[in-house]
Design a protein around this ligand. Sequence first.
Ligand SMILES: Nc1ncnc2c1ncn2[C@@H]1O[C@H](COP(=O)(O)OP(=O)(O)OP(=O)(O)O)[C@@H](O)[C@H]1O
Ligand SMILES: [Mg+2]
Length: 473
Amino acid sequence: MRFSSGPAATTPFARGISDTQQVQQTLTTSANDLIVLPITFLSALGYITWAACKVQGAPIFLLGLAVIPVCVLPLKVIGKNLYRRAKQAFSAGGDVSEHLRENLSAVREVRAFGLEQREITRFSEGIRHLFGMQMKVVKYSAILSPLIEFIAVFGIAGSLLLSYRAQTPFSTVLAMIAALYMAYDPMRKMGKLQGEITRGSAALDRIEQVMLEPEPISDPSQPKTLGPVRGEIEFLDVSFAYGATAEESVLHKVSVRIPAGTTCALVGPSGAGKSTFANLVPRFYDATSGAVLVDGIDVRDLRQADLRAHIAVVSQDSFLFNDSIFNNLLLGRVGATRAEVEQAARNASAHEFISAFPQGYDTVVGERGTSLSGGQRQRIALARAFLRNAPILILDEATSALDSESEAAIQRALQKLVVGKTVLMIAHRFSTLRDANLVLVFDRGRIVARGPHAEVYRANPLYRGLYDQQQIG
Ligand SMILES: Nc1ncnc2c1ncn2[C@@H]1O[C@H](COP(=O)(O)OP(=O)(O)OP(=O)(O)O)[C@@H](O)[C@H]1O
Ligand SMILES: [Mg+2]
């Protein structure tokens, strides 16, 4: 169950970061050993071979080397298991941090619904699972070194026994045992190193997965350029499904032309597809079939940054960063002056409440704007739109959290803002839609009526019903 109402964070990426640290650590510790150990091993091997040819009684010790290939088998088997387990452990670690992030961003919901115990249980289970996985990784990585030592002991013991029987001189035995040890020790260390590299490569694999995740929306290789934008929006036979199958279609062959400068109200029951329709314009999603055009150009032929620079979006749940109010407002247009920012805040009826804070515009709002009321957050979001002054404006329930007094003030401000702009306005309260010159009525993914308010009211029972209900209420 997901509690956060905003779009899901780039979780795999966040998970990838902890994996990156693991890889970095492994690389630094391993780089030295990777050079030193093989040199030591080859030198010891060279000495034993040389001595076997030159020194009397030494060839027996070549037998001690025979156990080395035996070490390869456990290295391979354990390495394979270690890789599998390390991957599972990273995945479990990712799940735990995702769960933690989810809970931290939904503290209020967890408390409000009394879900503390449930979340504690879920978290404990996650931790237990992670611990179990880590223990398996430890088991496999810890077993390699003693196993190689165990095999090596057999090699040394066998060579000693044989040299005793052959009455090899003590000095030769001593030199050869030292050489054998010099050959085994790097083997043992390399076994350990292999464990680390395996764990590192399991982490790398997960990072690769994140990096290679296909980008759902990509820029065209040869983008068209938008001139001065008039703001005409056209939908040509647009169908859209969030899922992969056509049966889940949320919009069905929607065609409509919204001339530049129109204030267009999208109305209809909840779930009818209004927000989805509006989200296709800034290309938050791509149409499954058909095309969305801005000024006659398919939005897929434009660079996303270029397209979105001409669109201001105010949604129901606008995101505020844990930063000063000023910086949050500045997101509307990076580079705006202080005076411009304040003017935008005035237009959105936000200046008064911001100035009332002891630190004014420098007040830091809590994460997700938690230190502000819903209405204050919305006014900040509206101020951003004023600052952006884009030719296309999308207001999705942008004034739903305002009391009627601030709404009336904003309504007046909006009347100024919408002049000369193409506006898509979604609101459940019809009072906010008064200034629309085009009404589109949505029902189950289709536009069932369109035209000016009076005309639609006469022709469409659904719209009439929704409208009358509010007049009575
Ligand atoms: N991100 C999503 N993933 C999957 N399905 C979605 C997603 N967003 C919306 N839907 C589904 O698409 C349909 C249309 O949703 P949409 O948000 O466009 O409705 P709406 O008309 O804006 O409703 P409301 O007035 O309640 O905001 C709904 O059935 C909804 O369940
Ligand atoms: Mg909606």
